[in-house]
Design a protein around this ligand. Structure first.
Ligand SMILES: [Zn+2]
Length: 299
């Protein structure tokens, strides 16, 4: 039980305020630590006979542009394989998940400005009291904004407000999507460079309802997009939000469906080590839990 999988999201200089990215320099230093201690492999190689070092898989969620511009370039130069996932909704349907729109808007506008605009538009009197679930968030306005946009307003209300703000920065939806997400041409280059591409989601929904319906709605459209546009027969899956609140039920009910469609494994957000391909659902540590920023969590 010594194999490691690392979860990455944004890898870019900390120029944006709405998200906490891994700085490219820290990423390079982490890759050095990884290659000293592990054999970095593609997910498909997890079942092969091992040498002296345990395996490590580098995994990337959400398909944001920085992963192509920064992480992929570094890895390609070093000849290191990695596993990147596709979220097809933004590229295929020009539909951006609300939680990503929130990242963008909170990056470009101050929290106070957003809160004042939202309050002028909607009745948000109950939000300060209700927003205690974001108590870890030190900035009060950010706490209110996150609660209001994620929970208080309807998805449609949040989407309208956020899309308008995003458009004021990026001018057109085309420009926004091409600036923020890896495009088809770039995914094909990554594939040609030997990177593994897998399914993340269509619209980035947490697991809910019947497993078969969820598969048809969130997994199959992304898989078809990958087959048609990227020439990839996806065999690996990374559930959005790690499955969400119903992750336990997801692991029980979705595995058989995924296997019957040719999937061989999936990466969760549950921390822990793995043992080759002994389990369909593999654990991952978030990159910020690992050196150089932090000590190894299991030592
Ligand atoms: Zn995600």
């Amino acid at each position: 039980m010594n194999d490691l999988a690392i979860m990455y999201h944004y890898v870019q200089p900390p120029k944006w305020r709405g998200i906490v990215p891994l700085d490219p320099k820290d990423f390079e230093r982490q890759i050095e630590w990884v290659t000293r201690n592990y054999e970095v492999v593609a997910p498909d190689e997890l079942g092969k006979p091992r040498g002296q070092k345990p395996f490590c898989v580098l995994t990337f969620d959400d398909g944001t542009k920085d992963q192509y511009d920064v992480a992929f370039q570094i890895l390609q130069k070093k000849g290191i394989p990695a596993y990147f996932t596709v979220m097809s909704g933004p590229i295929a349907n020009r539909r951006v998940p609300v939680f990503h729109l929130i990242h963008v808007v909170l990056s470009f506008f101050s929290d106070q400005e957003i809160w004042e605009e939202l309050s002028a538009k909607y009745d948000l009197q109950a939000v300060p009291e209700q927003s205690k679930i974001y108590a870890y968030e030190p900035n009060l306005f950010r706490r209110y904004n996150k609660y209001a946009l994620n929970f208080h307003l309807s998805e449609q209300q949040s989407r309208e407000f956020l899309e308008e703000k995003a458009l004021s920065v990026f001018h057109s939806f085309e420009n926004f999507i091409d600036s923020y997400y890896i495009n088809e041409r770039e995914y094909i280059k990554m594939r040609q460079a030997g990177m593994t591409l897998g399914v993340h989601a269509t619209d980035h929904r947490a697991f809910e309802g019947k497993a078969e319906d969820f598969f048809q709605r969130e997994i199959q459209p992304c898989r078809e997009f990958m087959r048609e546009k990227l020439g990839v027969d996806a065999k690996w899956y990374t559930p959005a939000f790690g499955g969400g609140e119903q992750a336990g039920r997801m692991m029980e009910e979705l595995e058989g469906i995924l296997r019957s469609h040719g999937f061989v494994g999936a990466f969760t957000t549950k921390p822990g080590l793995n043992n080759g391909l002994n389990s369909f659902w593999l654990h991952r540590y978030d990159c910020i839990c690992l050196p150089p920023r932090s000590e190894v969590p299991w030592k």
